[in-house]
Design a protein around this ligand. Sequence first.
Ligand code: PMP
Length: 301
Amino acid sequence: TSDSPSYAHVDNELVPMEDATVSIRDRGFMYGDGVFETLRAYGGEVFRWKAHANRLADSASAINLEHGLSQATLKNRIDETLTANNLDEAYVKLSITRGVQPGKLNPDPTVDPTVVVQTSPLPRGGINSNPVWDDPATLQTVKTRRIPDRALPSHAKTHNYLNGILARAELRVSDADEAVMLDTDGQLAEGATGNIFFVDGDALCTPSLDGPVLPGITRSTVLDIAAEEGIPIREDSFDINTLREAEEAFVTNTTWEIRPVKTIDGIDIGRGPLTTLLQQAFQNRVEKRYYDTHREVPNEE
Ligand code: PMP
C-alpha cells in the first residue's frame, strides 16, 4: 500500500527510499557516465530479462565499463527490490555507473560501480490503469537531431539522456506526447524514449539499426511477432514523409508497450488492424510467459 515504506537497492543494500542516495562525486551524476535498463515486471517476473541483460552488457562494453557484476547478481537485486516493495506489476530501473574515481574526465579501468535498482508500481494496461493502448499518442517532429553513433554509441543505453530531454523540451508549445527525431542526414530515427513503427501497404516498417536507433526490447518483440505472423517487415532508412503518409503508426517502449499514434505533425493517422493484432499478440506473450520457455532472440538483433 502507499503507507508502507518503499525501498531502493543501492550498492547491494535495500534502503528506504528517503535514504537512498549516491555520492555527489559519482560519475553518473557528474558526467552521465553510466548505463541503465528500464524493465517491466508482470506477475512478479521481469519481462525478457535475458534480452535486457544482454543489452546492458552491450551498453557497458560500448563505454568500456567493466563493472564485474554477473547477470545473476543483477537479477537477484531486482527480485529483492520487487519483493521488498511487495510489487508484482512494476516499473523497474537498473543503473550501473562508473562510481567515484580519483582524477577528472579520464576513466580509470579500476571500477567500484554504483549499482541502483528502483521500482514503482505500474499496473498492467499502463500508467494509472489508464491503458495507453487506448490513448493514442500525438507525435511531433523536432529540430533536435538524434546524436550520431560516431559521437555517442546509439545502441548503448547510457545515463546521458540530454538528447531526448532537449527533444521533449521542444514539445512544450504543442503538448505532443512524443518527439520524433531525425538523424543528422534528415532520415527518420526514433522518439525520445521509444522506437517508431508504421504501416506502408502491407509492410511493417521501422528504421533499421544501421541508423542511430536504440535496439528497443519492445521493438524486437514486435519484429519477432511480425515474423511469426508472416507480416512483411521493412527495416530501412525512411524519409519523414513516409511516416506522415502511413496507414498506421505506433511507438514502442517498455512502459508504453505498443502505443498507437493519433497524429504526426498534426496529420491524422488512422487506427488500424495491424496495430491491434500486434498488441494482442504482445499481451499474449506476456500472459503466457512466452520468453521464459522460448529461446530469446539472439543478442546481435
Ligand atoms: N529508444 C530510446 C531512446 C529509449 O529511451 C527507449 C526506452 N528504453 C526505447 C527506444 C525503447 O526501448 P525498450 O523497448 O527497450 O524500452
